[in-house]
Design a protein. Structure first.
Length: 626
């Protein structure tokens, strides 16, 4: 199958710190570089007095605009504001997050001089829309469909919110898959016709996943078990470094920067850079000018110190590996390959601990750890849209659900209907009855997690059944049905069966977006896109006039003008330059008028034939719209 003529679907790895997009082309997966030529794009969105920035441009100004530069939104999506993890993160983020209605976190920024609120879904949608645009520019056509990856350990609420974000970005989600599974697809296609058990160790900027996956000769990829931590990654290592330096600066230099967001932001950027360096070198220096009170700092940082401040976190990464092997009923020897995925697997200590755990086995780094997930998503996107060769079409994927699903029963106990590591899609039903005399309302509180005590797990939402006849305890019966689709998203329904009245109610998640909210966000996203485009046009027009003026200025002497005309034009050029400096927000029309004014003034002078021709071609070549 060639796929020619079909609208391509893309694969997006929506990462905590970086995102990556891919597409199937010329019988291969292509990782698409962004407008800066980078194959991964920072998952950053920034707001300032004039514009909204997404990606590299947002990250590049983060240190100077810390309170309005949003990152890490993947740590927030689908969580409640009161969530312990969110509360902890909020203390570290330079931007403001508050609890909104339904305990949903809202991100507060100042944009064009006004205070604005955004949900995590909206910020995520801006990153997704950026990745969509990157692909559209590359392909020269619109893109509407995508496979999007999520951490294997994401719960239902986090998955649903990610899907909502995609909708707001104008993307139809063909499938949502787990990140390590996507990496395994990339690996399986690389190792065509091999039968093996693979352990994917995936640690990026904010999340950590481990999956044990079996691949057979026919291209069947079966996830056997998965584990990890949705809140552990490179940013935690950066935070430890920041904490270390804040203390050192206090101790050695008697300066306290712990509440100086700008200084902390700059320090964080330098720490992340130094962290990457000590993955290859054994030591480096962090030089920061004017960090606080006009003081410059030159701080030594060694790999040993990096390991010391993070050792407990590195060790924490090894526990889920052993658990995952136990869940898959395998031992270390049955693993043929340990595949490294995610930027943080470049840390030598992480590699060393993992290698020791597997009794010295060498680790597989054949696939680029930054791109493996997007690579696999691109393959699946090709398959689901009917593209790709036989190997792609032959791939068959059986994924699993990472967390047990059930509801609360008497005594705050968790009644599990679908245990974790169950293959998906799946459907489970059970029958219940009323537990009180004359009960006319039944609530099913749906939880996800592994604790026996239901309230210690994550409350996904409540299902309320009412309107059935009152009867003695135990006489009214219900059927509850839990269904997980291929995206790993849960649908719960319940039916009262005793009176013959079938009543099915779909669960609404705590904090999940309503249809109206999504529609409003789509409208807002369109408005922001329009504003961004208008701003870009204005900037380009400004640059175009600036270019025109400087080119005319450069060719003045060659125009054969008399002294008076030369002086006149020189003066006019100086005025135009001044006007440009004073009017950075000039509208396109005004800029066009200024250009014509300067052109007319030139043509009124006595010009040589060649000068006229070159002026005309200059005038035509400087376009305001690009
Ligand atoms: P990912 O989400 O897979 O793009 O991984 C991003 C994370 O990997 C960030 O926290 C980076 O700081 C981290 N990272 C990237 N390269 C390196 C490296 N050479 N050494 C240590 N960490 C790295």
């Amino acid at each position: 199958m060639s796929g020619r003529g079909k609208v391509p679907a893309i694969g997006i790895d929506l990462g905590t710190t970086y995102s990556c997009v891919s597409v199937w082309q010329h019988n291969n997966v292509e990782i698409i570089a962004n407008d800066q030529g980078n194959r991964t794009t920072p998952s950053f969105v920034a707001f300032n007095d004039t514009e909204r920035l997404v990606g590299d441009s947002a990250k590049n100004q983060a240190a100077y605009n810390p309170t309005n530069t949003i990152f890490d939104v993947k740590r927030l999506i689908g969580r409640r504001a009161s969530d312990e993890i969110v509360q902890k993160d909020m203390k570290l983020w330079p931007f403001k997050v508050e609890a909104g209605s339904d305990d949903k976190p809202k991100i507060l920024v100042t944009y064009k001089g006004e205070e604005k609120e955004f949900s995590a879904e909206e910020i995520s949608s801006m990153v997704l829309a950026k990745m969509k645009r990157v692909a559209e520019t590359f392909l020269g056509s619109d893109v509407e469909k995508a496979v999007i990856t999520v951490p294997a350990h994401f719960n239902d609420s986090q998955r649903q919110s990610t899907k909502d974000a995609a909708k707001v970005a104008g993307l139809e989600v063909l499938r949502m898959i787990n990140e390590p599974t996507a990496a395994a697809i990339a690996y399986a296609l690389e190792k065509r016709a091999c039968e093996m058990n693979v352990l994917v160790f995936d640690i990026g900027g904010g999340t950590f996943d481990v999956s044990v996956i079996s691949i057979d000769r026919e291209g069947h990829i079966q996830v056997k078990a998965t584990g990890g931590d949705t809140h552990l990654g490179g940013e935690d290592f950066d935070n430890r470094m920041v904490k270390h330096f804040v203390e050192e600066i206090k101790r050695k230099h008697k300066e306290d920067i712990s509440s100086n967001q700008r200084a902390l932001g700059r320090l964080r950027v330098h720490c992340e850079r130094a962290k990457r360096i000590v993955s290859t070198a054994v030591q480096t220096r962090i030089d920061i000018d004017c960090l606080v009170n006009g003081k410059d700092f030159s701080l030594k940082f060694t790999r040993a110190k990096f390991e010391e401040v993070n050792m407990d976190l590195f060790n924490k990464c090894m526990e889920p590996v052993e658990q995952c092997l136990r869940d898959a009923n395998m031992n270390k020897d049955s693993i043929d390959e340990v595949v490294l995925v995610g930027g943080s697997t470049r840390i030598p200590k992480v590699q060393q601990l993992l290698q020791e755990l597997f009794n010295g086995k060498s680790l597989c780094q054949n696939i680029n750890p930054d791109e493996a997930v997007a690579h696999g998503a691109g393959i699946l996107a090709a398959q689901l849209s009917g593209m790709g060769d036989e190997a792609v079409q032959g791939l068959e994927l059986i994924d699993i659900t990472p967390l047990s699903l059930g509801f609360k029963v008497k005594g705050d106990l968790m009644y599990v209907l679908i245990p974790r590591n169950s293959p998906i899609p799946t459907k489970k039903e059970d029958t219940f009855c009323t537990s009180f005399e004359n009960q006319t309302v039944v609530n099913f509180d749906v939880y996800q997690g592994e604790r026996d005590k239901a309230s210690e797990n994550y409350l996904l939402g409540r299902l309320e059944l009412s309107g059935f006849p009152s009867a003695p305890r135990g006489e009214v019966k219900f059927n509850a049905c839990f269904e997980i689709d291929a995206d790993g998203i849960l649908n719960v329904s319940a039916r009262e069966i005793t009176s013959g009245v079938n009543k099915t109610i779909k669960i609404t998640h705590n904090g999940s977006l309503s249809k109206e909210e999504i529609e409003k966000m789509i409208e807002d996203a369109e408005r922001y896109k329009f504003e961004d485009e208008a701003h870009l046009k204005k900037v380009m027009s400004h640059i175009a006039l600036d270019n025109f003026v400087s080119k005319v200025q450069a060719s003045l002497k060659k125009m054969g003008l008399n002294e008076k005309d030369l002086k006149d034009l020189d003066h006019q050029i100086a005025e135009t330059i001044e006007w440009l400096d004073e009017n950075p927000d000039a509208e396109e029309g005004e800029l066009e008028d200024k250009k014509t004014e300067l052109y007319n003034l030139c043509t009124q002078k006595k010009l040589s034939h060649e000068a006229k021709a070159s002026l005309n071609s200059l005038f035509d070549s400087v376009n305001f719209e690009r």
